[in-house]
Design a protein around this ligand. Structure first.
Ligand SMILES: Nc1ncnc2c1ncn2[C@@H]1O[C@H](COP(=O)(O)OP(=O)(O)O)[C@@H](O)[C@H]1O
Ligand SMILES: [Mg+2]
Length: 269
């Protein structure tokens, strides 16, 4: 196992005048008990772009992603320090209304996890909790989000059937539709295609490419081809450190750091 110098990083910051930043972290650390698993990550995520987080298993990708909309709050032992800047506000502060914040920063998990409800009810559940009651508005929301998620044509005649009867790929697109039903600004996805077959994966990737026009997307993937295919920017994580962050093309063709080079060329570890 090669060891790499974790103090030498190449992190590109994107100048707001040229490229608006939707979300950023400043010196973010995550501890589980006494174990520090994210060691001071500062990254900026440009608006209406897809940023990928890559790195080997255990490098901290999910931990970092979960911190971005405070999902680590649900883990008893987790402690997150540093800033998470969203619209000029540090959303890592105690006084933030997390329920409200997650309306703006939504998440899709690795395993499709639809509710044991109808397709329709999966989508309207959260909007109803946020106060939308009008049936016509909800009907329209169901149609537009399913269209955006690339699922409408397959399910438009079975909206009141159980979501659990859908295939894995359809369930994951339903989970994307559910996440965008709250009209979030930012969509976080943790290996959304890892449990899917290649055809479903390619449909989900096409869906993301469509969504980019309206959403800022941050996607964790251990699949490098996927990162290369879908993302504009890529961050390479190793042992809880973002070693390199730049345009995806640069990461895959001219990485600045030896570890990145080894990882993308398959000579890592
Ligand atoms: N809930 C948790 N409690 C304690 N340790 C955790 C927890 N989740 C992840 N870890 C540890 O944090 C490190 C990073 O994990 P993770 O973020 O899941 O990495 P990745 O998504 O890149 O595979 C690993 O060493 C893992 O064992
Ligand atoms: Mg993970």
């Amino acid at each position: 196992m090669k060891t790499y110098d974790l103090t030498k990083t190449a992190i590109k910051t994107f100048i707001p005048a040229e490229q608006e930043i939707a979300l950023s972290t400043e010196d973010l650390h995550v501890f589980y008990g006494l174990h520090e698993q994210i060691k001071g990550v500062s990254l900026q995520f440009p608006r209406y772009k897809i940023s990928a987080v890559i790195g080997s298993s255990g490098s901290g990708k999910s931990t970092y992603l979960r911190s971005l909309n405070r999902m680590n709050d649900e883990i008893q032992t987790a402690r997150v320090t540093g800033k998470i800047m969203y619209r000029g506000l540090d959303i890592n502060q105690n006084n933030i209304d997390v329920f409200e914040m997650r309306k703006h920063i939504g998440m899709v998990f690795q395993r499709p996890n639809p509710f044991a409800k109808s397709i329709y009810d999966n989508i309207v559940f959260a909007p109803q909790r946020h106060g939308i009651k009008n049936k016509q508005v909800l009907d329209e929301l169901v149609e537009t989000t399913l269209q955006q998620a690339g699922l409408w044509n397959e399910v438009k005649d079975t909206l009141h059937k159980s979501a659990l009867a859908l295939s894995g790929g359809q369930q994951q697109r339903l989970c994307i539709a559910r996440a965008i039903a709250l009209k979030p600004d930012i969509l976080l996805l943790d290996e959304p295609a890892s449990a899917l077959d290649p055809i479903s994966t390619s449909v989900v990737e096409d869906t993301l490419a469509q969504l980019k026009a309206q959403y800022t997307i941050i996607i964790v993937t251990h699949n490098m081809q996927q990162a290369a295919r879908v993302s504009d920017y890529t961050a390479f994580f190793h042992q809880g450190v973002a070693l390199e962050y730049a345009e995806t093309n640069q990461i895959f063709t001219q990485p600045a750091i030896q570890a990145t080079d080894d990882y993308v060329s398959g000579h890592f570890g």
